[in-house]
Design a protein around this ligand. Sequence first.
Ligand SMILES: NC(=O)c1ccc[n+]([C@@H]2O[C@H](COP(=O)([O-])OP(=O)(O)OC[C@H]3O[C@@H](n4cnc5c(N)ncnc54)[C@H](O)[C@@H]3O)[C@@H](O)[C@H]2O)c1
Length: 254
Amino acid sequence: MGILEGKRILVTGVLTDASIAFHVARIAQQEGAKVVLTGFGRLSLVERIARRLPDPPPVLELDVTDTAQLDSLVQRVSEHVDRLDGVVHGIANAPASALGGNFLHTPWPDVAAALQVSAYSLKALAVAALPLMSSGGSIVGMDFDASRAWPAYDWMGVSKAALESCARYLARDLGPRGIRVNLMASGPVKTMAAKSIPGFEAFEGMWDQRAPLGWNLADPEPPARGCVALLSDWFPATTGEIVHVDGGAHAMGA
Ligand SMILES: NC(=O)c1ccc[n+]([C@@H]2O[C@H](COP(=O)([O-])OP(=O)(O)OC[C@H]3O[C@@H](n4cnc5c(N)ncnc54)[C@H](O)[C@@H]3O)[C@@H](O)[C@H]2O)c1
């Protein structure tokens, strides 16, 4: 018996087979879940990638900034599963001007775009999926430690701080419905999102130095397993929490 046996999980954020969400979907299926994916923009690419999963799942279009797509999500998901036990938020994006050391000069519309896609979207997705979660469940988002300022991460760092706060308020408001809301804070992993951050290489040396367990930037398995654990019934009394899956780097001094 897998730890997600019989669970129905909606997974957002698959773009390539390097996406952390791809590995969440893969491990979730291996642990017994029925998975539905959503894809943004390059849908045919996501559909092609979905076929590499052990049990190729349906792929629904979802731009988290598109109200019509959010409003029709329940009806579209219902064509494949009758309820959701878990929702995975693996979504982040920021305009180029919001990353890479331009912090003092990023215009508000670009900051607003980063915040909407990367933080507000956790609330938007949770509310969109809510009618399918009447028996409770688990919502899991993906974080990068926002307790400190990083090189190059800039307004994405501010967006992650907003995501952390958003997860706590969602935990407050959805707890009475039996829905847990937690974040998995990953160390750096080489994905499309990471490659779009100029200066991402700087993190490599930092994690080599800091993570007592070591850290492999080419291995999305540990953060994906962290998400699957949070989706499972093995964190039944945990909500509003940030679980660090970073080799221990966050707990060390310089
Ligand atoms: N890669 C890392 O080093 C790292 C570390 C910590 C946290 N994270 C977080 O993990 C999550 C997944 O990122 P990843 O690293 O796997 O990269 P990725 O590029 O594979 O995934 C990012 C996803 O966001 C989606 N997306 C962007 N704009 C969207 C929109 N408007 N609507 C819907 N989806 C949209 C993209 O389609 C893509 O699937 C992100 O929240 C990211 O910040 C990544």
